[in-house]
Design a protein around this ligand. Structure first.
Ligand SMILES: C[S@@+](CC[C@H](N)C(=O)[O-])C[C@H]1O[C@@H](n2cnc3c(N)ncnc32)[C@H](O)[C@@H]1O
Length: 211
């Protein structure tokens, strides 16, 4: 999330973010990364978990120049999300927006996820971006299957994807380099911490621009 956000802000000049599946606040949060580069950046966070809602105050610490909002919403109801006054009060949908889906689509099948992502991208103007990470069994098949099975045993739908399946999310978009790669290979930075081998990660990452 940090590297995707930094590249969106620094290299692609993105100043608006719609982050769905935000999760419990972290340090730094997406808006802190983006506003650290461009203080006027605006971020809308969305999650459907009441625990995340309970912690949402930590996501509403915008710079005075920028703005953040939290929506207790669901990726599976894009119409409601796109009609939310908090979204329109924070983001200008006539200007480019980065749709960030970090570690979220593994909760949905391809059949469910693709039309939802498509619908959200259609609402965003040319020059917008899709930033996505997605769980895979390509690099560490046994560990990934154990993790996926634990989700399923807990009653939570879970889908591992091949690289080709992840690439499908970017059909019709202009993929940023280096394309769809394992997260340890996506623009690694010197201060990332220990260097991870392929067999130690279980997700792909990519970034692409809407033409
Ligand atoms: C694995 S966490 C990822 C959190 C964060 N993006 C990260 O990468 O650290 C997935 C988050 O997505 C949320 N989520 C799952 N299904 C969702 C849905 N249909 N709509 C909105 N949020 C959802 C969960 O509540 C959870 O907070």
């Amino acid at each position: 999330m940090h590297r995707l956000t930094r590249r969106l802000a620094e290299v692609h000049g993105i100043r608006q973010f719609l982050d769905i599946g935000t999760g419990i606040p972290t340090a730094p949060n997406l808006h802190e990364v983006a506003q650290g580069i461009a203080p006027a950046s605006r971020v809308v966070y969305v999650d459907n978990d009441p625990i995340v809602l309970a912690h949402a105050r930590a996501l509403l610490t915008s710079t005075p120049q920028g703005r953040t909002a939290y929506i207790d919403g669901d990726l599976r109801d894009p119409e409601k999300l796109l009609a939310d006054p908090a979204l329109h009060g924070t983001l200008d949908l006539d200007q480019p927006v980065a749709l960030t889906l970090i570690n979220l689509v593994h909760f949905l099948s391809d059949e469910a996820a693709h039309p939802l992502v498509q619908q959200l991208l259609e609402a965003l103007p040319s020059g917008s971006f899709l930033a996505l990470t997605a769980g895979t069994g390509d690099s560490a098949p046994e560990q990934a299957e154990v993790a996926s099975r634990r989700y399923r045993e807990a009653g939570i739908e879970n889908h591992l994807r091949t690289r080709a399946q992840v690439e499908r999310f970017f059909t019709g978009l202009e993929l940023d380099e280096p394309g769809v790669v394992l997260i340890n290979r996506w623009h690694p930075e010197p201060d990332d911490g220990p260097v991870l081998e392929d067999h130690e990660v279980m997700a792909y990452a990519a970034l692409a621009r809407k033409p």
